[in-house]
Design a protein around this ligand. Structure first.
Ligand code: RFL
Ligand code: PHB
Length: 388
């Protein structure tokens, strides 16, 4: 098989890249190791920046998001038993959209199927070759048969554990990493959200987040130990822990119910430099990870593929500046999102290793934040998303 761009991975990066390339008339094939159902079963991000919303519109995959997504003008931060609002719209003139990654992925998959764009699911032993030369190749097995895609470029959109970054010679790549000493236990439940905006809560028992997917479906998280066993957390234990980390009058309004998904995610900050190796480009979680506190992971994936699709479109019109500067331009935005995600994580979580002094510093910073419009503007500006 021959194509212009072979995309490895059908997560949000791969699917959105495929859709944007299609808009530019660039042929592409997506090769994904899992089934479509498996990809859709991963419950992850929930908050979209305006830039991501605009990119979904550019890709022509925004109709359901416009109808069903929940625009949010602000969010709340809670500490010392009090709730404080960050007025995103008042401070920046911008808002965010609450719409699940599952739904974004679903919409992009449906659109791809309707456009009869080639996607190979359940591909085994995917490998990438010859990206340092002129004719890169992607090989895989499907139902016991070996396949090869010959292409102009490979886009590595295969997430943190993918094969693309791992195929780059060690001498050509630098990585920067911070692993946190805790995880997030997340629960999805068909219960109305406790509040109409998200609540990020700092508590001495640990961080908690009240998020949502719709007016009838909630997504909640509590900071947990890295070695916690998700099966050892009953629904009752989860709801009790969440309530204990919220102010009493908020906890009283919390509607609980059976969980429909429960999982533990570790927290990590990670960046790869550069993001281009000859004719292989990395995008999304394949190149970088942020802890979820700043809600930036999916949004960074979207901004990477926006830059990459534009660069590739320029290449096919005879100009290589876009692809030559892809890595540098993407990384400039990524490092700022890394900084915000690290800062917000450090501010809101319980770090027993930092002792009483660390806890006092967190509290002083939170007190300062809610006494200073300038400090709140800095938070709001980062949360709604920095310029591309
Ligand atoms: P993905 O989604 O991991 O998709 C990569 C795809 O590649 C496939 N793959 C392979 N395919 C072929 N061959 C191989 N060898 C392959 N190896 C892997 C995988 O099966 C998969 O389908 O990466 P992508 O597309 O870059 O998208 C990144 C986002 O998924 C991620 O950044 C976000 O989910 C992060 N995130 C959040 N981001 C936000 O912007 N806002 C949020 O509110 C938010 N909340 C979150 C989050 C991530 C979380 N977890 C679980 C880490 C909340 C959580 C709890
Ligand atoms: C979510 O709804 O899953 C979510 C929202 C905000 C975050 C992280 C996750 O910062």
């Amino acid at each position: 098989m021959k194509t212009q761009v072979a995309i490895v991975g059908a997560g949000p990066s791969g699917l959105l890249l495929g859709a944007l390339l299609h808009q530019h008339g660039i042929a592409n094939v997506i090769v994904e190791q899992r089934s479509a159902e498996y990809v859709l079963g991963r419950i992850r991000a929930g908050v979209l920046e305006q830039i991501t919303v605009d990119l979904l519109a550019e890709a022509g995959a925004d109709a359901r998001m416009r109808a069903e997504g929940l625009p949010h003008d602000g969010f709340e931060m809670c500490f010392g038993g009090q709730r404080h609002r960050v007025d995103l719209f008042g401070l920046t003139g911008k808002r965010v959209m609450v719409y699940g990654q599952t739904e974004v992925t679903h919409d992009l998959m449906d659109q791809r199927a309707a456009q009869a764009q080639p996607t190979v699911y359940e591909a085994q032993d995917v490998s990438v070759h010859d990206f340092d030369g002129k004719r890169p190749r992607v090989r895989y097995q499907k139902d016991g048969v070996a396949h090869e895609i010959e292409c102009d470029f490979i886009a590595g959109c295969d997430g943190f554990h993918g094969v693309c970054r791992a195929s780059v010679p060690r001498s050509a790549i630098q990585t920067f990493e911070k692993v946190y000493s805790f995880g997030w236990l997340g629960v999805l439940a068909d219960v109305p959200p406790v509040a109409h905006e998200l609540i990020y809560a700092s508590h001495e028992r640990g961080f908690a987040l009240c998020s949502m997917r719709s007016k009838t479906r909630s997504r909640y998280y509590v900071q947990c130990a890295l070695d916690d066993d998700v099966n050892a957390w009953s629904d009752e234990a989860f709801w009790a822990e969440l309530k204990s980390r919220l102010p009493a009058d908020t906890a009283r309004h919390l509607v609980t119910g059976p969980s429909i998904e429960k999982s533990i995610a570790p927290l990590r900050s990670f960046v790869t430099e550069p993001m281009r190796f000859g004719r292989l480009f990395l995008a999304g979680d394949a190149a970088h990870i942020v802890p979820p506190t700043g809600a930036k992971g999916l949004n960074l994936a979207a901004s990477d593929v926006a830059l990459l699709s534009r660069g590739l479109a320029e290449h096919y019109r005879g100009h290589d500046e876009g692809i030559d500067r892809y890595s540098q331009r993407a990384l400039a935005r990524i490092w700022k999102a890394e900084r915000f995600s690290w800062w917000f994580t450090t501010l809101m979580h319980h770090f027993p290793e930092n002792g009483e002094f660390g806890a006092k510093m967190q509290r002083a910073e939170l007190d300062y934040l809610f006494s200073s419009r300038a400090a709140q503007t800095a938070v709001a500006e980062n949360y709604v998303g920095l310029a591309l």
